[in-house]
Ligand binder design. Sequence first.
Ligand SMILES: [Zn+2]
Length: 279
Amino acid sequence: MVWFSKSKSSNEIVELIEMPDGLWAKCPSCNETIYKKELELNLFTCFKCNHHFKISVNEYIGLIIDENTFKEFNINLKAVDAINFIDSKPYIERIKEAKNKSEFENSIICGTGDIFSHKVVFGIINSSFLEGSLGSLETEKIYRSVRFSIENRIPFVLLYSSSENRIQESAISLMQIAKLTSIFNELKNEGIICVSILTEPTVGETAFALAVQGDIIIAEPGSTLGLSSKSNLEQKSKKRISDKFPKSDYYFNSGQIDLIVDRKKLKSTISNIIDWYNK
Ligand SMILES: [Zn+2]
């Protein structure tokens, strides 16, 4: 991008200042060009239309969890290929590539941390690893995290940003829904609050089935939600799906989610919910 500035001389020499392109972002919703530093200060939301840009796992942890309080657990679990699945390449090879590309070990990070001094178990699905798909390793991490919540009687908060179930694990991946539904029921029976946060996109059988287990379901504005992504539905049906794919406001208006919360108010809202629940 090029900016022009006027020199102080009477000859009105125009000076060209080259601005590196990487300093600017274009809002995909309203086409506004935004200085990335300003976007960052606004928590990656558009000044003009409030479009919520996708942010990383670590940025969400920094946004929601008090500084220096997050302690990840269950970090040494390893994925296995129980059915020796091979599509265009072996599943284990695909996992290795995802690790190298994303610099994460799998598609979920779980641990304990504080939200305005409330101790919580916090999990976050990592869409940079195999599109956030959930295999048996990831669901085992969720299971153990919910178990930790129950044993220590602290709230469970899970942030979703994910795609389909892990197709390379076939039925084993789908069976995890039953396993997790059981532990979520136990959490509910123990009277411990479970908060689901849905971000762009939360689609796919496993993710959506788990997200609705929350006592309070929050979504960021404009998030695509549903049992399947638009591209996946188009592939399966061989038909073009309308661009008006349901967003979080549709699910809020039909009563399937409880709150649509601006990213800037996400942390305070969760804290208020925990305060309210503890009264
Ligand atoms: Zn915008």
